[in-house]
Design a protein around this ligand. Sequence first.
Ligand SMILES: Nc1ncnc2c1ncn2[C@@H]1O[C@H](COP(=O)(O)OP(=O)(O)OP(=O)(O)O)[C@@H](O)[C@H]1O
Length: 278
Amino acid sequence: MGGVFAPAQPVTAPAPVDQDIVIAVDSVSVRRGNTYLVRDVNWRVELDERWVVLGPNGAGKTTLLSLASARLHPTQGTVHVLGERLGRVDLHELRTRIGLASATVAERIPPDETVRNVVVTASYSVLGRWRESYDRMDVARADALLSQLGMAALADRAYGTLSEGERKRTQIARALMTDPELLLLDEPAAGLDLGGREDLVRRLGELAQDPDAPAMVLVTHHVEEIPPGFTHALLVREGGVVAAGLLRDTLTAENLSKTFGLPLAVTVTDGRYAARAI
Ligand SMILES: Nc1ncnc2c1ncn2[C@@H]1O[C@H](COP(=O)(O)OP(=O)(O)OP(=O)(O)O)[C@@H](O)[C@H]1O
């Protein structure tokens, strides 16, 4: 893929952390009552990195993504996103610099909206077509993104008539519409059949290997869904970090077994991971 991404933008706001650091999570806990959703987490994501966040149900993955997307404040510790400290910045403005595709965002897409409008309206931070017309450049960008994601032929279809795989690709095009500095994908392959998953993994792999694409964080339960070109992994269990770092060093049988709480064997073939119980 290539062509629709502007070269990576330097972080312009005064940065209390290193400007190459896109997400800085320092000693962060999120608590609701007596329950820790995440506990004492440290995590750093740099500009040119593509991270996968992996862990079982309830491990705290979505909570971490909510912090990274400036939708949640930590109970303890500090979070910087794109050089801005949560709690000291206009969250609405910060969110316009972040692309997010998640089930929660998807639920709010009107089913009768055309695919093109679902994508193009991201420029105005609204869901649904509230304006009568859009700049031609916005429409051209939306069409270019839809084309990259294999959705050109469906641009005029109503979103509600799409298959699950087509919806996921539309959501990703929408998340990329504002040329974000950070792209967050929460379980993008959930609910897809084998063909749909493989198609999406291939497209995300192409995106991951585009040097002009934004920093990326992808949440998943399955190592099979890690696109080639992803560089780092954060393994979480019960709100805590089991291991973090370069994918090849982190995604070991030992770490994965600890993360999922059962003995697992891990294989890598042509940049694709697979895991099975032993
Ligand atoms: N408001 C809340 N009050 C109490 N517990 C909560 C609240 N929100 C989330 N939790 C709990 O925090 C834990 C972490 O939730 P989170 O959604 O971050 O996990 P996850 O790793 O994304 O899970 P999944 O893979 O199932 O989506 C879960 O056990 C969840 O039930």
